[in-house]
Design a protein around this ligand. Structure first.
Ligand code: FES
Length: 163
């Protein structure tokens, strides 16, 4: 049989069609989430509600898809997103101290954002710079060998951003 003669509908059957429809819907949603997050910095509830109405999809389904992906956020994010690496090498070399110091300094816990939206503090698994442990990323930049002095500079730089 030639490839052109294949009947795709027959091949995939009803279950296949449902899966295709599901994947197509998911693709549309992910694209919409990326656009919304690009515009707002996160996925505001009222925007997701509008999306739900426009696409005639239950809001629960929209949240279910969005919450599956770590890249989407449901609350405003800080201008600086600081991620402290908690991978093994960083853990051994004092990542917890770095995290605790940042939590104390900014009065937030990991996963939270300062009220002025200057900073979001998160943890992350290995970022691939184990030789520089302990490591943190600030937006797209990597900061390694974070000792007391570097931590002070880091805090100072973030606080400058707040002003
Ligand atoms: S464990 Fe932190 S960079 Fe690898």
């Amino acid at each position: 049989m030639r490839v052109e003669d294949l009947d795709v509908n027959e091949m995939i059957g009803d279950v296949g069609k449902i899966i295709c429809e599901h994947d197509r819907k998911k693709g549309v949603l992910i694209h919409a989430f990326q656009k919304i997050q690009q515009d707002y910095g996160y996925l505001p509830g009222e925007v997701l509600m509008t999306l739900s109405k426009k696409l005639s999809l239950p809001l629960a389904e929209i949240y279910s898809v969005a919450s599956f992906y770590k890249q989407f956020h449901f609350s405003p994010r800080g201008k600086k997103v600081v991620r402290v690496c908690m991978g093994t090498a960083c853990h051994v070399r004092g990542a917890k101290n770095v995290l605790n110091a940042l939590e104390d300094e900014f009065g937030i816990k990991q996963g939270e954002t300062t009220d002025d939206l200057a900073m979001t503090l998160e943890t992350v698994g290995c970022v691939g710079c184990c030789g520089l442990a302990p490591v943190a990323t600030i937006n797209e930049d990597v900061v390694g060998d974070i000792g007391k002095k570097k931590l002070e500079l880091l805090v100072k730089a973030i606080k400058e951003e707040e002003k």
